[in-house]
Design a protein around this ligand. Structure first.
Ligand SMILES: Nc1ncnc2c1ncn2[C@@H]1O[C@H](COP(=O)(O)OP(=O)(O)O)[C@@H](O)[C@H]1O
Ligand code: SF4
Ligand SMILES: [Mg+2]
Length: 392
């Protein structure tokens, strides 16, 4: 769709479109001349789009490239290859100056509320600074700015559940949950359209996590926000996300509407992540077979060939180490990149097509049912990988 159409907010225009995005970090060495000796393949040919008002969850173990991907979406990094579009506009090659007006529309909430707030600034200043910087309030000088900012900051503090009287306090006077509320108020200060929340509750007590997640949920409805919500465990994203993308070693291996992902994981890596979520009912927990992920994520400097998960996957066959599986569209917005998928029938495979989002390096081999563990129970769901008993 055209930029003008996107600006008018015509239905169907994604707010964010990421296409074949790559972010490699060079590793340099050498005494006199800086030579590139290797590259970290942090994000490697990832494509997806997000509709206005939607929450797109990104999950995967630590080091899989989630933060790098979200920083690319906000153009805080300059991608190695591929494109990023925001509201229909290609922002991949914009300069810092050209990006500046867009900064108002895209904000970030960070994982660590301790590190992300300047300890020497008062709360009023932290939340009000973006307004002054982007001149959404009158210029400093005769006190007009101060008068304009304070009530707006106080209203924001109140909206995120803080006492507006605490305007002059310093971050250390607040608890972890309250500091994250300050971070949320700061992100809202410029009335953005997109908020990227990078593990916003990972550093908080479990009891506080739900409060912050609920607050983000309410704010989304109130301000019509679009979220990218990054988390390293699937349990947290479950209730907030409309759709979830699962990342493994720089690749998007599965994308699905959230509910469907939990009831019918197709990629073995997703099933393994799901099986790590505790089930409250101990009987069900015992009955469920777990896929335990052995070892750590391999190095993204020299990632495993073909399917990057083959060194840890219980279903891997020879094919998996020879040809990269394409990202296959199973319908209903459910995509997965696996040669031996779980929870699909032969009929599902017959109807499936290779998605346009598939990486350029992937092959065009359609999935084959059954891997080296064909017939085994699927972790994290009650269905089985046996096609005869799986959902359709
Ligand atoms: N600026 C950087 N320079 C070099 N390597 C980086 C840089 N930022 C991240 N990485 C590497 O990229 C990979 C992905 O990191 P990251 O995006 O932070 O993953 P996640 O957020 O999923 O934990 C990691 O191996 C990390 O060490
Ligand atoms: S079965 Fe093969 S293609 Fe699928 S995730 Fe495992 S290693 Fe990768
Ligand atoms: Mg991260």
């Amino acid at each position: 769709m055209s930029e003008a159409a996107a600006e008018r907010g015509e239905p169907g225009t994604p707010l964010v479109e990421v296409s074949h995005l790559k972010q490699y970090f060079p590793i340099k060495s050498g005494l006199l001349i800086d030579r590139e000796v290797a590259r970290v393949h942090a994000v490697d040919d990832v494509s997806f789009s997000i509709s206005p008002g939607e929450t797109f969850g990104i999950v995967g173990e630590s080091g899989c490239g989630k933060s790098t991907l979200s920083r690319c979406v906000l153009r805080l990094l300059e991608p190695t290859d591929g494109t990023v579009r925001f509201a229909g506009r290609d922002i991949t090659d914009l300069s810092r100056r050209e990006l500046r007006p867009l900064r108002r529309e895209m904000q970030m909430i960070f994982q660590d509320p301790y590190a992300s707030l300047n300890p020497r600034k008062r709360v009023g200043q932290i939340v009000g600074d973006p307004m002054r910087l982007h001149k959404t309030v009158p210029k400093d000088g005769d006190g007009a700015a101060k008068e304009a900012v304070k009530p707006r900051v106080q209203a924001l503090l109140e909206r995120v559940g803080l006492n507006p009287e605490h305007y002059n306090r310093f971050p250390h006077e607040f608890s972890g949950g309250q500091r994250q509320r300050i971070g949320i108020a700061r992100a809202l200060a410029l009335e953005p359209r997109l908020i990227v929340a990078d593990e916003p509750v990972s550093a908080l007590d479990v009891s506080i996590q739900a409060q912050i997640v609920n607050l983000l949920d309410e704010l989304q409805d109130e301000f019509g926000l679009t979220y990218v919500f990054v988390a390293h465990d699937l349990g947290v994203v479950r209730h907030v996300s409309d759709r979830v993308g699962v990342m493994y070693l720089g690749k998007l291996v599965e994308v699905s509407p959230a509910d469907e992902l939990y009831s019918r994981p197709i990629h073995p890596y997703t099933a393994a992540l799901l099986s790590a979520i505790p089930i409250p009912d101990p009987r069900r927990n015992q009955a469920r077979e777990r896929i335990v992920l052995e070892g750590d994520v391999p190095s993204p400097i020299d990632p495993p060939a073909a399917c990057r998960f083959h060194t840890r996957c219980p279903r891997a066959t020879e094919l998996c180490s020879q040809i990269e599986p394409p990202l296959v569209d199973y319908g209903g917005g459910h995509l997965a990149a696996c040669h031996h998928p779980l929870n699909v029938t032969p009929a599902d495979v017959a109807r499936a097509t290779i998605a346009p989002e598939t990486p350029a390096s992937a092959g065009d081999t359609m999935p084959q049912l059954g891997g080296s563990e064909a017939g085994g129970t699927v972790a994290g769901s009650s269905s089985s990988s046996d096609p005869s008993s799986s959902s359709s």
